[in-house]
Design a protein around this ligand. Structure first.
Ligand code: NAD
Length: 291
């Protein structure tokens, strides 16, 4: 076998990448974060990751009190930071406004907002109901609009807090590779994430003079409940790998590390950017062998 042209076989026994528990680098100490949809999957990981990096964390959730309380306990485990859970539907204006007021009161401010809540309601396009369309746009796009708007209002009102962060606030939108890859059978989802991409950039452009940073992470295939059918059987996993040049599924920690960095002052000059954390999924894998 020619090692220069043939990639090595994938070792499926390799353990997933995991973050060291409670990293010593508490680069977000003194900052306060709100993570939406944080009782499972990527949001759960980001809430814990921000907490382990030293931030106080509000864990927004829609259902699952017990899961949310367990995340609160995990955030608190590594240090003296505060955490609490707050139930709200991010697609509802009154609930989002009440949530921001409650988080500001409980934590004494907000420096980081992670728009993570999202869902899928899949259907062939000609069978897609208006309810399926509206639900996905309502949570994935309008939910991010409502939370970003409350965040900007708060960040503008409070301004830069010297000694806490270089910026007045950070918004992180969890988008998807489907903000640029079309997705048959998921038109509502792709439209919502495409909307997030341009919403994020436009907000970033508008609020940069206030020292507010707005960025996005676009995950590829990450092992979470939202896409279990794509990785839970060997056949499905093998099919998935045809789309991933790096030949492993993404783990929640892959997203968490990027999120902690984008929320920290280490990325202070970055705004309006989308970071694709996707093992190369956006690199046109169909052309891997030359097309
Ligand atoms: P998940 O289903 O585990 O998490 C989504 C969370 O959003 C759930 O906890 C759910 O309860 C919450 N949620 C749904 N509607 C809500 C609402 N109205 N208000 C508040 N919370 C609500 O799946 P996940 O993979 O962790 O997804 C998190 C984000 O990552 C989503 O925005 C998703 O589109 C995005 N994403 C995931 C992948 C992936 O491969 N897992 C890939 C690209 C993008």
């Amino acid at each position: 076998m020619d090692e220069k042209t043939t990639p090595p076989a994938v070792d499926e026994t390799l353990p997933p990448v995991v973050m060291p528990s409670c990293p010593i680098d508490r680069k977000l100490r003194g900052q306060k974060a709100l993570v939406t949809g944080a009782s499972s999957g990527i949001g759960r990981g980001i809430a814990i990751g921000l907490g382990h990096a030293g931030a106080d964390v509000a864990v927004n959730y829609l259902s699952g009190d017990e899961e949310a309380q367990a995340i609160v306990a995990e955030v608190k485990r590594c240090g003296d930071n505060k955490a609490f859970a707050y139930r709200a539907d991010v697609s509802k204006e009154d609930e989002v406004r009440a949530m921001f007021a409650a988080v500001e009161a409980e934590l004494g401010g907000i420096d980081i907002v992670v728009n993570n809540a999202g869902l899928q309601k899949d259907a062939a396009f000609d069978e897609m109901t208006l309810a399926q369309w509206n639900t996905v746009i309502g949570v994935n796009l309008t939910g991010q609009f409502l939370c970003s708007r409350e965040a900007v209002r708060l960040f503008k009102r409070v301004g830069v807090k010297p000694g806490v962060s270089c910026s007045a606030g950070k918004i992180l939108c969890i988008s998807s590779v489907h903000d640029i890859i079309p997705w048959a059978g998921h038109v509502n989802y792709a439209a919502s994430k495409g909307g997030v991409a341009m919403m994020m950039k436009s907000i970033a452009q508008e609020v940069a003079p206030w020292r507010i940073r707005v960025n996005a992470i676009s995950p590829g295939a990450i092992r979470t409940p939202i896409n279990m059918e794509a990785w839970s059987t060997p056949q499905a996993y093998a099919e998935l790998m045809k789309l991933v040049p790096y030949k492993r599924i993404g783990e929640v920690d892959d997203i968490v590390r990027a999120a902690v960095w984008l929320a920290s002052d280490e990325s202070d000059y970055i705004t309006g950017a989308t970071l694709y954390v996707d093992g190369g999924m956006t690199l046109y894998p169909g052309f891997e062998t030359g097309g």
